[in-house]
Design a binder for this molecule. Sequence first.
Ligand code: SAM
Length: 302
Amino acid sequence: MKSLESHPGYKEAVKQNTEFFRALRCPFSYAWWLVFRAPKLRRNRTRIVELLDLPFPRWQKMVLETLSWFEVWMHALEPIKNQIIQELESLRKARKEPIAIASIGCGGMELERQIIYQLVRKRFNFPLIFIGIDYAPASFEVANAKLKNLESRGLLQIKTISHLGIEELNALKAQAASHRFTVVLLKADAFDLKELPSNSLDLIYHTRLRHHLTAAEGREMDKLTAHLAQKLVELDDLFTIRGTIITSIFAWRFPAVLNGAIFSYLKDCCKKELTSQQKLGCNLGLHGRVFSCYLRVCAKAG
Ligand SMILES: C[S@@+](CC[C@H](N)C(=O)[O-])C[C@H]1O[C@@H](n2cnc3c(N)ncnc32)[C@H](O)[C@@H]1O
């Protein structure tokens, strides 16, 4: 953290994170931080920078691994997993060439691992390409380690690329035709995908990404996803005081995880904000009792 202190782009982030980790020294100072400092951060929430967004690959890896663990044990991906499987079932009926779907900010690809297991159980037998886009190198380390087992059993092939244009996409589709599942790890900024022609992908989705974007980036992301595919499926958490307190108790022994969980909660929308920003052509569902999240499905007209 010290190495970034003098960097103008990270000065405020270092201050926020240092204060948070100092507060974690004892439960009383953390309770003080939660009552007096957290509401201040929430009021200026577009300026919050969590540890995962700082250039520390070791911490990023740890946070992404633990996020996957949380998603497994809390069944935190169920709504989007079921929705994507439903979309794939209908795409399969309409398609002749391999289906290509993409996850923006894919992290450790826990969602794709769960989808693939379920599709294997359902005997889904149609070539399918999962493109995971993330700019954090740690995400591919975590995803590779997680999917290696499936690869060694011959259930999927993994490819790593750093650029995706229409030629690369067509080549991937041609190579995927003889495989059941292909996972493509694309190390890039999602906004680089702008150059792909409209509707290049069959489905686009993101989970727990929106709170990493500024309001302007969020609007850009909505334009980008609407350009890339007919349908977007999006999942993110909702801010609740109850969720913040329960997370603080359960993640108390894991400081880096607690940082990611609490800072991202503070950046998340609350239910009232979310329902007031209803988007045209989108269906919104609310899920989870203890840890609330939303699932939004947006389809383009025509
Ligand atoms: C909280 S993680 C969520 C990971 C995964 N989707 C999940 O739910 O487990 C957010 C991820 O988005 C990535 N990310 C944020 N902005 C991005 C961008 N513009 N392009 C690519 N990846 C991005 C981060 O590197 C991080 O891995």
